[in-house]
Design a protein. Structure first.
Length: 143
C-alpha cells in the first residue's frame, strides 16, 4: 500500500528500444511454418543469402534441428538439413523462435538476454532484422 492508503501500481520493466519483427507466425503455427514465412518475407531482400537455423531442445541441448533457408531471391525455400557454408547462423530454442516469429520478442532483446546466438556475417544479420522489422516500429541498431 502507498502512504495514501491506495494500492501500488504494477511495476513495469523497462521498455525495449528494439523493434520487433512483422508477425510471421500465428499462435498455433509450428516452427517450420514460421521459417517458411521467414523465407517468403526475405524474397524482397535484394541479395541472395543462406541462413542456417539451429533449434535446440532439451536441458543439455540433446536435440538439434537444422534448417537451411535459401532466401533473398524469388525461389526461396526451406529444408530440414545442415548448411555447408551459411552466411548467417542462428541458434535458439523453438520457444524463442516462436516468440520472435509472432512479433512478441525483438531479436536484439533475445540476443542480449542470451536466448539467441548469431554467427557468420553479423552485418547481414542486422540488415535482415532491419528488413523484417515491423514498419510501425522504429528500427534501432544495437551497435
Amino acid at each position: 500500500m502507498t502512504w495514501q492508503g491506495g494500492k501500488r501500481g504494477r511495476e513495469v520493466g523497462p521498455i525495449s528500444p528494439f523493434a520487433r519483427l512483422k508477425p510471421l507466425a500465428a499462435d498455433q503455427d509450428d516452427p517450420e511454418k514460421g521459417l517458411n514465412k521467414l523465407a517468403q518475407a526475405l524474397t524482397g531482400f535484394g541479395k541472395p543469402m543462406l541462413l542456417h537455423v539451429r533449434l535446440v531442445t532439451g536441458n543439455e541441448g540433446e536435440r538439434v534441428e537444422h534448417w537451411e533457408i535459401k532466401a533473398g531471391s524469388k525461389d526461396a525455400k526451406v529444408q530440414r538439413k545442415e548448411s555447408k557454408k551459411p552466411d548467417v547462423i542462428l541458434v535458439m530454442r523453438p520457444e524463442t523462435w516462436t516468440q520472435i516469429a509472432q512479433g512478441l520478442l525483438a531479436p536484439y532483446d533475445a540476443l542480449f538476454a542470451g536466448k539467441l546466438r548469431v554467427g557468420g556475417d553479423f552485418e547481414m544479420a542486422k540488415n535482415i532484422t532491419k528488413h523484417l522489422t515491423d514498419p510501425r516500429a522504429t528500427y534501432v541498431s544495437p551497435c
